[in-house]
Design a protein around this ligand. Structure first.
Ligand code: GLY
Length: 324
């Protein structure tokens, strides 16, 4: 790769724009979107979840709310048995249980979450029901599962043959070593803003492969894996949840935007905060954010993180800027 191409990649210019030669250069402190009139609605997701984004876009086009759109978009990786870090087909913990975490936040500031939940393909929808049909924000474990059954969700076995085989191979050495950019997609975090500027978000994951039984990461924790403030903007996270939880990362990103930083600068500042306080050897963390005007950005600890944006049915994939 040429030095110029390498530099452009490091500051976060998308592969597609590079190959089309659309972009000359861009300051790291400015998001490409903030240089132009924001085009709404807009959906942004962690990793290359382009099908999730286009599903969300279609739901909105067909008359759904931005929250409906996020929920339908997140169903895409949750239902995909080949996506090994979200929903059905997610890798199990070291005891062979697939346990899922998810949360949603709506534009009115409401929130719902499920953690350590087994046996249901779409934790994002159960999280939405927690938000809408209970006085609580979070249900966990057996309580979340009982609630899902009461709400009419179907109980299934989430452990695919492929995941069972992978666990067997892992069990030979049983070495606990979370991988950077695991399977190159990890958690899905999705943020959306509709044509009126109303925001919503969701986050769903099976967490770290071969985690300790009972481990819950950042993804279902409001403020860590996801935060939406309809006056300011929204942020979501991916990567090693322990680092994100200790810094309440997504809330931090939104608060930094409240203090005037662009989404890109806010994500970068949060990543720098993590790197300055904790041992980040062998870890990846990535944030994406969108503000009330539809400007967006993303930033990660290391190379390899990508995020995908839809401002129309077409998707655009971005190689995130990174710190180390
Ligand atoms: N970010 C997903 C997790 O750590 O579980």
């Amino acid at each position: 790769m040429s030095k110029r191409r390498d530099f452009l990649k490091k500051i976060g210019i998308s592969s597609s724009l590079l190959s089309l030669g659309f972009i000359g250069s861009c300051s790291d402190s400015k998001n490409v979107s903030s240089n132009s009139q924001a085009q709404l609605p807009l959906f942004i997701s962690t990793w290359n979840n382009h099908k999730a984004n286009s599903t969300a876009f279609n739901t909105l086009k067909e008359g759904g709310t931005v929250l409906d759109a996020i929920e339908s978009g997140i169903h895409v990786p949750e239902n995909d048995p080949n996506d090994t870090s979200v929903g059905y087909g997610g890798r199990p913990d070291r005891d062979g249980y697939v346990t899922l975490d998810a949360c949603m936040m709506s534009s009115d500031g409401n929130a719902g979450s499920v953690t350590f939940m087994s046996g249901f393909k779409n934790p994002i929808s159960v999280a939405r029901k927690v938000m809408e049909n209970t006085p609580h924000v979070m249900l966990s474990g057996i309580g979340a599962e009982d609630f899902a059954l009461q709400e009419g969700f179907e109980k299934i076995n989430l452990l695919t043959d492929d995941s069972a085989r992978a666990l067997e191979e892992w069990s030979v050495k049983s070495k606990y070593a979370p991988k950077i950019n695991a399977e190159r997609h990890d958690t899905i975090g999705m943020l959306g803003i509709d044509a009126h500027g109303d925001l919503a978000g969701g986050c769903s994951t099976s967490g770290l492969a071969y985690k300790m039984r009972g481990r819950v990461g950042d993804s279902p924790i409001i403020g860590a894996g996801l935060y939406v403030d309809n006056e300011i903007g929204a942020a979501t996270a991916t990567g090693l949840g322990e680092l994100i939880m200790k810094t309440v990362g997504s809330f931090l990103v939104v608060e930094l935007m409240r203090n005037g930083l662009s989404p890109q600068e806010a994500c970068k500042t949060a990543v720098k905060r993590i790197a300055s306080r904790y041992n980040v050897d062998d870890s990846q963390v990535g944030f994406i954010a969108v503000n009330k005007n539809g400007a967006f950005g993303g930033y990660s600890l290391r190379s390899g993180f990508q995020y995908v944006v839809n401002k129309s049915p077409q998707t655009e994939l971005f190689d995130s800027s990174y710190l180390l």
